[in-house]
Design a protein around this ligand. Structure first.
Ligand SMILES: Nc1ncnc2c1ncn2[C@@H]1O[C@H](COP(=O)(O)OP(=O)(O)O)[C@@H](O)[C@H]1O
Ligand SMILES: [Mg+2]
Length: 262
């Protein structure tokens, strides 16, 4: 089966021919159903990679292929969640979760015809992420962690095949972050969705991913690809195991080297 995501020899430069070369000769593939993590020094092009896959940027060189189609415009099978959830304060949490359906033309007609089903789907997602009954609250009535959970529901409401997470838990405290790792773990297991997670938290990458791409300093390219050997389902206890911490240390050393090489 061809990969769901394929980046082939991609260069992306911002600001014209003399501008910043963000990624160069970038290559990676993610199989359907796989959980991939991307780690690397700050400014190495991780968010650029996310924008290339979602079609928010089109590269000057190389190919980005998602679901066997060359990406030339924003990709509709993708759900996205970023570090700072941007919920509309005048809408309830449930109305915020339904927002993507109102924006994407294809879904808009279906939303009108099947509003009840979509509300049911939003409520199921709220339950999965531990926010059962919070749909009628406004975002400003929720804690940061709760907003981030709702943000995940919003990314998933149109049942995307591919979920792109760009440092989604960076702003949260350690306990809340670990709770959300388990939410994401369970979503991945239950829904079979393909996930690409950008994170600077190496423990997060090792806990969640099937494979980890280590990027070089800018211009970013993939320096190494590691399989994560730990069995699923993984429990938080795993993060105290020697083998787990050895892998985290190994990644840390690679990234430290990548920064020095820059
Ligand atoms: N819209 C933009 N215009 C100009 N330069 C940009 C833009 N977005 C990112 N860059 C530059 O591209 C490089 C990679 O950025 P980014 O992909 O955001 O890195 P990361 O997410 O790994 O921290 C950085 O040097 C950044 O300053
Ligand atoms: Mg970034």
């Amino acid at each position: 089966m061809p990969p769901l995501v394929s980046i082939e020899n991609v260069d992306m430069r911002y600001g014209g021919p003399e501008g910043t070369l963000a990624v160069s000769n970038l290559n990676l593939t993610v199989a359907k159903g796989e959980f991939a993590a991307v780690v690397g020094p700050s400014g190495c092009g991780k968010s650029t990679l996310m924008k290339l896959v979602t079609g928010l940027h089109i590269p000057q060189k190389g190919n980005v292929i998602v679901a066997e189609k060359q990406v030339t415009e924003p990709v509709s099978i993708v759900g996205m969640a970023f570090q700072n959830p941007t919920m509309l304060p005048w809408r309830t949490t449930l109305e915020n979760i339904l927002l993507p359906l109102e924006i994407v033309e294809r879904h808009r007609k279906r939303l009108r015809a099947h509003k009840k089903e979509y509300i049911g789907q939003a409520e199921r997602l709220l339950e999965i992420v531990g926010l059962k009954g919070f749909g009628s609250k406004y975002p400003w009535q929720l804690s940061g962690g709760m907003q981030q959970r709702a943000n995940l529901c919003r990314a998933l409401i149109h049942e995307p095949e591919l979920l792109m997470l760009d440092e989604p838990f960076g702003a949260l405290d350690a306990f809340t972050r670990e709770e959300l790792w388990c939410v994401i773990r369970d979503l991945h297991a239950a829904q079979g969705v393909t996930i690409v997670l950008v994170t600077h938290d190496l423990r997060e990458a090792v806990f969640l991913a099937d494979k980890i791409f280590v990027m070089s300093a800018r211009p970013g390219r993939v320096l190494a690809e590691h399989r994560v050997p730990f069995e699923r389902p993984r429990q938080i206890d795993l993060t105290y195991d020697t083998a787990f911490n050895d892998m985290v240390h190994g990644l840390h050393a690679e990234i430290a080297n990548a920064r020095v090489a820059a």
